[in-house]
Design a protein around this ligand. Structure first.
Ligand SMILES: [Zn+2]
Length: 316
């Protein structure tokens, strides 16, 4: 089974007021996350992957660079490429009204989600993101993930129009994800949407029967391992884990969140030790055969209980 460790890389200024004043500190925190403990944003993420010799995929949000300058995007691409990791395209269209010139006249009003833009607008935005990423040294994006997983049917037409045929936008834990795309949303089955092949973010059923995304900050240590074991036993061909550049940081600070750091370290150690069973790497090509899966992978009640205990320990 191919396991894709994917990271969405983005910068937020904590609101849309006084962006220019807030940006330098936001960039510093979101990309480096430095404290006395170390740089627990991107540098620590890359270091842990390198230590375990794992290949991951970094979806970079580039629209912010049309506001603040390409050099910031070049810096991010440079860090990721220097570590030998894969660079792909992420997009948060809520930047559209913050950049000059506006990408199209209707961008003047802020709209958060990609599905709120028509086909022509989405085509333009994805094209702009792809161009910025390329100008910053990121090469030609081959894979896409929509911000907040908020893709719709038009997103897939816009991707094909921009020469991108592989996607990982859909996440069956989010109601906004693929609302108008007819599909089985009770499994992690890959699907073809027009010309584009989509490998959704993996979802599992926790020990209490709730759906949860395979996200490093959201899933317990044992839950992620059991979900991957369960997916493998079901004959799944792909398992997509998601995280972000800032997930190992405590909210609103640059201090490491030890719980999330431990989860990520444990996951990497597990995958490195189980390399004969879990094939960690980039997304498989759009033409790779995929099995249709019957249900979400299932984890035990014990693993979910342990997540609650991990979280309680953090609180106190
Ligand atoms: Zn995002």
């Amino acid at each position: 089974m191919r396991v894709v460790l994917s990271f969405d890389i983005e910068i937020w200024c904590g609101g849309w007021e006084q962006l220019d004043q807030k940006f330098p500190a936001a960039f510093e925190r979101y990309i480096y996350g430095r404290s006395e403990a170390g740089a627990y944003a991107l540098p620590k993420t890359l270091e842990i992957l390198q230590r375990h010799q794992l290949q991951a995929v970094f979806f970079i949000e580039p629209l912010f660079a049309a506001r603040f300058g390409l050099k910031y995007l070049e810096e991010i691409v440079g860090l990721i490429k220097a570590a030998g990791q894969d660079v792909q395209l992420h997009l948060h269209p809520e930047w559209s009204d913050e950049i000059t010139p506006l990408p199209f006249p209707g961008a003047a009003v802020k709209r958060q989600h990609l599905f709120q833009y028509d086909l022509e607008e989405q085509t333009r935005l994805i094209g702009l993101g792809k161009q910025l990423l390329q100008q910053a040294g990121g090469g030609q994006a081959q894979v896409f993930r929509a911000g907040s997983y908020a893709a719709n049917a038009n997103t897939y037409k816009a991707l094909a129009a921009n020469g991108i045929y592989l996607d990982s936008s859909l996440n069956n834990c989010f109601a906004n994800s693929g609302q108008d795309i007819p599909r089985d949303n009770t499994s992690n089955a890959t699907l073809d949407i027009g010309e584009v092949h989509c490998v959704p973010v993996s979802v599992y059923q926790d020990g209490l029967g709730c759906r949860r995304p395979a996200q490093i900050s959201a899933a317990g240590n044992d839950e992620l391992k059991e979900a991957m074991e369960s997916a493998l036993a079901q004959g799944q061909t792909d398992f997509v884990v998601v995280s972000h550049n800032f997930e190992m940081l405590k909210a609103k600070t640059s201090l490491p969140d030890r719980l999330v750091v431990n989860r990520f370290e444990n996951l990497c150690a597990f995958l490195a030790a189980q390399a004969h069973r879990f094939d960690v790497g980039p997304f498989r090509s759009a033409r790779s055969p995929s099995l249709v899966q019957a249900a979400f992978p299932q984890v035990s009640r014990l693993a979910t209980t342990r997540r609650y205990i991990e979280q309680l320990r953090r609180r106190f």
